[in-house]
Design a protein around this ligand. Sequence first.
Ligand code: Z5A
Ligand code: MG
Length: 217
Amino acid sequence: MPERKQRGAFIVIEGLDRSGKSTQVSLLEKRCKDAGLPVRLVKFPDRTTPIGKLIDSYLRSDSEMDDHAIHLLFSANRWELAPSIIESLNAGTTVICDRYAFSGIAFSAAKNKPTMSYEWCRAPDIYLPAPDITLFLDVSPEKARERGGYGAERYENAEMQERVEHVFERIGVEIGDGSRWFAVDADREKEAVAEELWERVQPYVKGTEKPLQRLWE
Ligand code: Z5A
Ligand code: MG
């Protein structure tokens, strides 16, 4: 029988503000490298592209934008990187992603606008590459405060974060809580969180033969 081709795994880290996403993606990248596994880090929003620069200006409140328009720009920012993500995966590289489409839905649906339903917010990301596993870093508001509190950017306040958390809960259930989506207690020490993430990614991190799925298929 011909050997089935392995591809890299697509691993997404999601979570609220100050849950330690950026810290953990770096630790995970290092562990992959130390284990001799090819790995690439991606972060959304990617503020370096022309679309990303518009998003950056909006998040810093340097510019205003209609809520629908900024939502579509966040999605466009993912679509512009999607071909290169697929290319990396097909080349056997594990892709670790700091926030993804789930943040897009959660932050926009949390605005509670009648014209921005959950379904509307989800639509532009349909058919993006689907993660093999999503690890949701669950941090309590008390711990987030201890870590320097919320920052100065748009959305960085307790009320918004609470609404965002409720949308994330719904997404987790729909994606497959306990199978393709795992909530991880992110109140613990960095090392303890990193250890759990490393264990969770073990079934995927050495590559997979599973065809890459598309979001919400
Ligand atoms: N957004 C959107 O609206 N639509 C979209 O489609 C997307 C995003 C993709 C910018 O995101 C905003 O864009 C965000 C969502 C929205 N708005 N909000 N809120 P961002 O990812 O660029 O934001 P960020 O500032 O990079 O991430 P963050 O959430 O604020 O932080 P984090 O990455 O989760 O945490 P960290 O930087 O790793 O750690 C924060 C601090 O805590 C730092 O000092 C660490 O050393 C410390 N830390 C980390 N872990 C621990 C533990 N375990 N113990 C103690 N201290 C810790
Ligand atoms: Mg971050």
